[in-house]
Design a binder for this molecule. Structure first.
Ligand code: BDR
Ligand code: CA
Length: 330
């Protein structure tokens, strides 16, 4: 594991960083999660980043991820993952705009994509991390499912999957299912059955992180490139939610990332969860055993049940303010 040096009033410390693979279908809230991840590199060691088709087709999710990295001066090459779900045609979202970032335009990154396949990239990172890898997946779980199919022993090499997907109650695609789970239920099922410990940051909890106006304003006051980009994305998210008549804009994926570096923000409960792949009304539904009726099944996921909303938003804004404090004073 690699470490970072922290200097504070108590002295200088070396802290272990969390080795992580990041998987996005970059979209609006994925983009915010990625920016947060880049701002937390004193806590995480980003071993690899992949893109998957979901909110928009892969050509856009990969490009968006690459462009955000380039705009913020990062040279991590993006691994292009799955173009479609394991067993179904791709179903994209509408609310992220045609290219996934609404009307936010970024210069085209010059860097080439990683040459590796996504299966190999995930496996290599897991081996490198020696049992400590955290896999953050905030889109359909197709990439991890492909890696598990190719490398069945991967389930013993990944420490934990933290995912945005599913819900203990309700959905946003159908009355029963959340978008990421609906798009590739077979992949999500494979992940839930893999034996890797899971933190499920589900829709019923991410919906509570309604983007407050003070957060938009706090970011607009800052001049570092991370805050400027996030402010533009948030501005689109707020306009879009008004246009669509939503009651709020949500940052589902940023909350899932927060669960990696600041897990205290969530209260979780262990449940045995299965994913519905067959149901006519319930495709992609994450079905939790609330009453322990499957007594022979051990819980396979720590499911978010509650979020400390104020602490979450304070954490979010603090990342950008901390970056601002690093800017040279004029
Ligand atoms: C999830 O679906 C996507 O549109 C978002 O990026 C998030 O990952 C919320 O249901
Ligand atoms: Ca997403």
């Amino acid at each position: 594991m690699s470490s970072a040096v922290i200097i504070c009033e108590r002295g200088m410390f070396a802290v272990e960083r969390i080795p992580i693979h990041l998987d996005f279908d970059t979209g609006i809230d994925d983009a915010l999660a990625l920016i947060c991840a880049l701002l937390c590199q004193d806590q995480i060691d980003i071993l690899s980043i992949s893109a998957v088709a979901g909110n928009v087709p892969l050509e856009h999710t990969a490009r968006n991820t690459q462009n955000i990295l380039a705009a913020l001066g990062e040279r991590i090459p993006v691994v292009r993952g799955a173009e479609k779900p394991l067993a179904r045609p791709l179903h994209c979202a509408v609310s992220h705009g045609k290219t996934g970032l609404g009307d936010v335009k970024l210069p085209q990154a010059q860097q080439a994509y990683a040459e590796s396949t996504v299966e190999d990239a995930i496996y290599v990172s897991a081996c490198k991390a020696e049992g400590e890898l955290i896999y953050l997946g905030v889109g359909p779980q197709t990439n991890l499912a492909l890696a598990l199919k190719k490398y069945p022993q991967l389930n013993r090499k990944v420490k934990r999957v933290v995912l945005m997907g599913g819900a203990l109650v309700g959905g946003n695609m159908t009355q029963a299912s959340e978008f990421n789970a609906y798009v590739d239920p077979e992949a999500l099922q494979l992940v839930f059955r893999s034996g890797i410990p899971i933190t499920m940051v589900g829709l019923d909890v991410t919906l509570q992180t309604k983007l407050p106006q003070w957060v938009a304003e706090a970011l607009q006051e800052l001049s570092n490139p991370y805050a400027k980009l996030a402010a533009q994305i948030i501005d689109f998210a707020l306009r879009r939610s008004r246009e669509y008549g939503f009651d709020a804009a949500n940052v589902h994926d940023a909350l899932a990332f927060c669960a990696v570096v600041f897990p205290q923000v969530l209260e979780t409960h262990p449940y045995y969860v299965e994913v519905e792949t067959q149901g006519e009304l319930t495709r992609g539904m994450t079905v939790a055993d609330f009453r322990g009726v499957c007594s022979e099944k051990a819980p396979n996921a720590d499911c978010a049940v509650k979020v400390d909303i104020d602490n979450f938003w304070n954490w979010f804004v603090s990342l950008f303010r901390r970056e601002e404090a690093r800017l040279p004073k004029a």
